[in-house]
Design a protein around this ligand. Structure first.
Ligand SMILES: NC(=O)c1ccc[n+]([C@@H]2O[C@H](COP(=O)([O-])OP(=O)(O)OC[C@H]3O[C@@H](n4cnc5c(N)ncnc54)[C@H](O)[C@@H]3O)[C@@H](O)[C@H]2O)c1
Length: 298
């Protein structure tokens, strides 16, 4: 049994990581300040639940005692709000991550897995490979790429084992459905349930790599538990399905009733993960496609 801290553990992805760790018999501390504009927070009552902020080092120092693994999901996690409030985004996503790394280092944490984003690739050609240069189109991706670099620095300079995961478009149970900035599948399902037309942004031809949240939680679990050579720490790994689909095709799977709304600034046209590195390093494989998952939703 090991002990973990999951930051942002009451949010969409973090709560699945908490559940996965508890299911496997491990001890979990869940830290979340309920900052996100989510419909709901998911506090698993079998975890030690703490409502607090990753920028509070006194709190972190007390929580990190005896912690083996840190799963760092807490963030301003949406592009739209980050464009509206860049300084707050930099403070949470960069300074918050730096604070967590420093406290983890001081506490002797074994490994830290950082939730970063495929939006680091911006307008790069697909498939997106980890060796591509970053192309940050908005404050959110700047903040995440900056935090990635701090993770790598903590590995190289201080020997803290970090793993940087660039998630593509994560979907599944508990995906936020509230507001215009929540992930697209959540918006479409909410609109269908309310009997409304689905609102497709732009011409709907933009293509996204959708990856299931349970598979993302599993990638985090494998990242903590797999023995890998030292030089594989401090590196970026794509967490995506390795297949992409247009938003028009996603909409068609959910409803025939669509309208088009203006496109948004700061978003890439297409993403597609080359997930070879993740698969070969951690023996990860996806278990479900987005089409199968949507077809199972009533
Ligand atoms: N959902 C996706 O498709 C996706 C894609 C790429 C990257 N990510 C990244 O994965 C992580 C999890 O994303 P998510 O979709 O679950 O988002 P989410 O907003 O549901 O979860 C983030 C959680 O962090 C908490 N939080 C925010 N600021 C905090 C702070 N200062 N201290 C403590 N808690 C704080 C929020 O209250 C929220 O519960 C984020 O870092 C996000 O940037 C998500």
């Amino acid at each position: 049994m090991f002990k973990s801290l999951v930051t942002g553990g009451a949010g969409f992805i973090g709560s699945h990581i908490v559940d996965k760790l508890l299911f496997n018999g491990h001890k979990v501390i869940c830290l979340d300040n309920e900052f996100a504009d989510n419909d709901q927070f998911y506090w698993n009552q079998s975890a030690q639940n703490v409502k607090g902020d990753i920028r509070d080092s006194t709190l972190l120092n007390s929580l990190l005692e005896g912690v083996d693994y840190v799963f760092h999901c807490a963030a301003e996690s949406r592009i739209g709000p980050a464009i509206e409030n860049p300084l707050n985004t930099f403070d949470i996503n960069i300074m918050g991550t730096a604070n967590l790394l420093q406290c983890s280092r001081e506490a002797g944490v074994k490994r830290l897995i950082f939730s970063s984003t495929s939006s680091a690739y911006g307008l790069n050609k697909v498939p997106n490979v980890e060796s591509q240069p970053e192309d940050c189109l908005n404050p959110y991706s700047v903040s995440k790429v900056s935090a990635e670099k701090i993770c790598t620095l903590y590995t190289q300079l201080y020997g803290l084992q970090t793993i940087i995961f660039r998630y593509f478009n994560v979907y599944g149970e508990r995906a936020p459905k509230k507001g215009q900035y929540c992930p697209v599948i959540g918006i479409f399902l909410r609109q269908r349930a309310a009997g409304q037309s689905l609102t497709i942004v732009g011409d709907g031809k933009q293509r996204r790599d959708f990856v299931y949240v349970g598979d993302v939680a599993n990638a985090n679990f494998l990242a903590a538990t797999t023995i890998i050579p030292n030089h594989m720490f401090g590196q970026v790994y794509n967490v995506g399905q390795g297949y992409n689909i247009s938003i028009n095709d996603i909409a068609k799977l959910i409803s025939d009733d669509h309208i088009y709304i203006p496109s948004r600034e700061g978003e890439a046209f297409e993403n597609l993960a080359d997930n070879t590195k993740l698969k070969t390093t951690f023996s990860w494989k996806p278990t479900i496609t987005v089409q199968q998952w949507i077809n199972n939703q009533s």
